[in-house]
Design a protein around this ligand. Structure first.
Ligand SMILES: Nc1nc(=O)c2c([nH]1)NC[C@@H]1CN(c3ccc(C(=O)N[C@@H](CCC(=O)O)C(=O)O)cc3)CN21
Ligand SMILES: CC(C)C(=O)C(=O)O
Ligand SMILES: [Mg+2]
Length: 292
């Protein structure tokens, strides 16, 4: 489950075949690159994005045809057990980013810059983003903020690092925004529009819109030439993103309203663990065939 470290150019060479005889010729994977998302938008085609934080989930989502995998700073609360995304560090996210980027054949891998690692200055943002590209193997990075992050987005883009912006509700600013709240209702819609225009003008190749009223998100999507990716922003966006533990039911408890649950992995794993436990305690596992 490993991909070549240097991605082949789009539609270009076949990845080096695995060593050894009888390895079936793997079909050349057409890697999703930033400009392909824009081409999809121009053709009126939607695309999907999920978070991923490890090898197996990244490989499965890639195989399923999910175009974009985000190694989210949401690893803070979905991997590391924190309550919010604020505490997670660059040092904690880099190994997860590396695991994901090594495990995809096709998907675009986005490294999510954590709180405090880019806001101080464009230079800080650039140095952090370079680590996600070099050490994490990310193909691009995401950062939160609109008008106020334009200098960071310009610096990274000019330095060869594609940037996905993130506007609307930006979880790293929950203490400034006053909690988990929809952004852009009523007259604050203008703020969302201004942020969207600013990140596009600064060079972002796409923009996530989180918890924005559907009509506002649809208007932004019509107005921008870069693709919009919604989470709690309605079906008018060019793409959609969800945290995979929410979408596939690994996590339980109160869900944001924007989540649809596609599987019950919590239930599946709970039952499997109980079955294993019962077999061990009954002495029925291991059986003869598991014994040397
Ligand atoms: N598991 C998980 N899922 C996420 O979607 C997610 C994370 N973690 N961590 C980082 C951020 C935080 N996000 C969140 C967290 C909570 C709500 C939430 O509670 N929303 C409520 C209130 C909305 C309102 O009242 O305006 C909802 O019902 O949607 C939304 C987004 C999105 N991200
Ligand atoms: C919710 C998505 C967009 C995100 O930023 C994350 O998972 O960290
Ligand atoms: Mg994030």
């Amino acid at each position: 489950m490993s991909a070549p470290e240097e991605p082949a150019p789009y539609g270009g060479g076949t990845p080096a075949p695995p060593a050894g005889p009888a390895a079936p010729a793997a079909p050349a994977a057409k890697r999703v690159r930033t400009h392909h998302l824009r081409e999809l938008k121009e053709r009126g085609e939607r695309f999907s994005m999920l978070t991923a934080y490890d090898q197996y989930t990244a490989g499965i989502f890639d195989e399923a045809g999910i175009e974009v995998l985000l190694v989210g700073d949401s690893a803070s609360n979905n991997v590391y057990g924190n309550e919010t995304s604020l505490p997670v560090t660059v040092e904690e996210l880099l190994p997860l980013t590396r695991a994901v980027s090594r495990s995809v054949r096709r998907a675009l891998v986005v490294g999510d810059l954590p709180f405090g690692s880019y806001q101080a200055s464009p230079e800080q943002a650039y140095l952090t983003a370079v680590r996600f590209m070099k050490e994490g193997g990310a193909h691009c990075v995401k950062l939160e903020g609109g008008v106020e992050m334009a200098p960071q987005i310009e610096k990274l883009t000019r330095g060869g690092i594609p940037v996905m912006a993130h506007i609307g509700f930006t979880p790293q600013s929950e203490h400034t925004l006053g909690g988990y709240r929809v952004q852009g209702r009523g007259e604050t819609a203008e703020r969302v529009l201004a942020d969207a225009r600013a990140v596009q003008d600064a060079g972002a190749f796409a923009v996530v819109m989180e918890m924005v009223p559907g009509d506002v998100a649809a208007q932004v999507t019509r107005e921008l030439v870069i693709p919009t990716i919604g989470i709690g922003a309605g079906a008018g966006c060019d793409g959609q993103v969800l945290v995979w533990q929410d979408a596939f039911g690994l996590r339980t408890g109160r869900m944001p309203r924007f989540v649809r649950q596609y599987a019950d992995l919590h239930g599946t794993l709970l039952q499997a663990a109980r079955d294993y436990d019962a077999d061990v305690k009954a002495g029925t596992f291991p059986a003869e065939e598991h014994t040397f």
